[in-house]
Design a protein around this ligand. Sequence first.
Ligand SMILES: Nc1ncnc2c1ncn2[C@@H]1O[C@H](COP(=O)(O)OP(=O)(O)OP(=O)(O)O)[C@@H](O)[C@H]1O
Ligand SMILES: [Mg+2]
Length: 328
Amino acid sequence: MSDASRPIIEIAGLRKTYRVGFFMRPVEAVKGISFEVKEGEIVGLIGPNGSGKTTTIKVLLGLCAPTAGTAKLFGLDAGERRARENVGFLPENPYVYPYLTPREFIELCARLSSVDSSKRAKRVDEVMARTGIAWAADRRVGSLSKGMLQRTGLAAALVADPQLLVLDEPMSGLDPLGRREVRDLIFEERRLGRTVLFSSHVLGDVEALCDRVIILRKGEILVSGVINELVRRSAKLTELTLRAATDATRAAIAGSARIVRSVGDELVLEVEGDETLHEVIERAIATGARVASAVPKKDSLEDLFVRQALRSGDDVPDAQAAGPNDLA
Ligand SMILES: Nc1ncnc2c1ncn2[C@@H]1O[C@H](COP(=O)(O)OP(=O)(O)OP(=O)(O)O)[C@@H](O)[C@H]1O
Ligand SMILES: [Mg+2]
């Protein structure tokens, strides 16, 4: 990381309105968002389906023009070809020519990105090994699974050794091991001083990977910031497990703690704040219960998202309908 304050991506007042159908009905995909990504950062762009992640990325890559506002890469307007010279891009659904093999496709991308011919073959082998597609390097792309295509697209994004990686849903279609491999690969890129902007629905991946997160919802930034700071701001909760709990214990803690689980004489409680915690422990012990554990609960990014959405007066249907760690 040569200069941590240098912005690699600058988005200011960005709007994108698509016009659809015969009557050119406007669809406001992005409604005036601003953010920066500095050199060496890993930033996650998250939000439910249709929140504007891909649109933002497309404008950033010069694939579509903004309706208003600006998008810059390395200080250059995103529409300029030179702005994209140092960018590796993985599109949402990477299109890989079906009659080529991964090796041929990645080599083609290396040629298009002017990778030196003397280094090309070695570089292609390297990125194929890193993305876990080397074993299928010479199969026809048409016969590859979704996850293998995703790995091929990722290798193509990495082949020219770009300073900035823009990855739209890099984990999509991958099995748990594949997700882990891609996480490690992104970490490794950061260690090498690269800057990464990636989009995802999966909060766990974002939480594990990013320095900073930008949560989009309906084309607007709902919240953005350093993950640790955002989640630390939340209420201090402790998960308290009691053994030998009786009805008297339950009565003694009523109103001061939320019962998460009650199995036999074991009682798992959620307690907010240090003082209440001491009080609950004292009262429980007085009824003959024992403290098995008291674990501070770190708020998750998902909790934060749901809380922010509720605060904005929204009904969060997307977040509630989704799985425990998925905004999709
Ligand atoms: N080419 C297009 N023409 C018209 N509307 C579009 C187009 N592309 C996207 N949209 C609309 O813009 C909004 C934002 O879409 P976008 O693809 O940016 O969301 P996303 O956050 O990437 O969603 P997902 O998580 O499903 O990938 C949606 O309402 C979508 O229907
Ligand atoms: Mg998308």
